[in-house]
Write a protein that binds this ligand. Structure first.
Ligand code: GLU
Length: 278
């Protein structure tokens, strides 16, 4: 099996030390294994994705000494691919059109669900208001589409974790429905991250997905999608998160930790590696 991995940043701001950490682990693994390291630009968020950030990603990776294989994939250039998967697997995914606003969802959740978990890796756990729309004759891609997994099958899911939580991670459809709920796969004209991610990982034949522990919950969603669509499951490697002085996970707002700041201050790529403990 050829080892194939990827780095999949969103061009919505500067790359910071956390991105560098992820990209270096992924790149070095691929090179060690004689495999491939791909670069995928996740630019589905039309309002926040900018060409200037994409160009900075190329510059920063270059400066870090990380070379990628093959052409860069841009998600915005293949919207039909994601749409076709939903059309094809509509039944398996239990797709339904959702007309609820955030406020509708919050209102439907008050009182009776007080002791239950209200939020999961896809946000607020959906109360099921629009599930009756599962059988509408055509999918309306101008609306929100959610998946609802069939609980009567009582399926169990698993993925293989090679990183921090090493082992076989198992969960049931019942647990998924209680802690994640009806995940949004399409959002008014555009695929949601979870859908695009599994379609691309499958299309690019990714064997190892390397990313931060903050996406561990998302991996459960991806495992469920892979199972219903019939995509091969990759191995997952979730790594520690790089935090600021106060122990908070770095975000795009942490300008001071951006790679280009380190560059401007005269750091070398080897200094950044050393800073990250490589
Ligand atoms: N675009 C996602 C991010 O930057 C990628 C997550 C992933 O590696 O799947 O967080």
């Amino acid at each position: 099996m050829t080892f194939i991995t990827r780095f999949a940043p969103s061009p919505t701001g500067p790359l910071h030390l956390g991105h560098a950490y992820s990209a270096i682990i992924s790149h070095d693994m691929a090179r060690r294994e004689g495999g491939k390291f791909y670069l995928r630009i996740e630019d589905l968020d039309q309002s926040r994705s900018k060409k200037k950030w994409e160009n900075k990603i190329f510059d920063d990776l270059d400066w870090l000494g990380l070379s990628w294989d093959g052409p860069v994939v841009r998600q915005s250039e293949q919207i039909d691919r994601y749409k076709n998967i939903l059309i094809k697997f509509r039944k398996e995914l239990g797709l339904f059109e959702c007309n609820c606003s955030r406020r509708d969802i919050k209102n439907a959740l008050t009182a009776p669900h007080e002791n239950e978990k209200l939020s999961g890796p896809d946000g607020i756990i959906y109360p099921g208001t629009c599930r009756g729309n599962m059988f509408l004759s055509q999918l309306n891609f101008e609306n929100v589409l959610r998946m609802h997994i069939n609980l009567s099958e009582n399926k169990s899911f698993s993925f293989c974790e090679l990183g921090l939580r090493k082992g076989e991670i198992l969960f049931s459809s019942d647990e998924f429905s209680k802690t994640v709920g009806d995940v949004v796969l399409w959002r008014r004209g555009y695929p949601a991250y979870h859908l695009a991610c599994v379609v691309d990982d499958s299309e690019q034949k990714i064997t190892h997905v390397v990313r931060g522990l903050d996406l561990f919950g998302a991996t459960k969603i991806h495992t469920v999608l892979n199972s219903y669509i019939g995509f091969k499951k990759p191995f997952y490697y979730h790594h520690r998160l790089i935090c600021d002085e106060n122990g908070r996970r770095l975000s795009k707002r942490h300008d001071s930790k951006s790679i280009c700041k380190y560059r401007q201050e005269g750091f070398k790529a080897s200094d950044v590696r050393a800073l990250l403990g490589f």
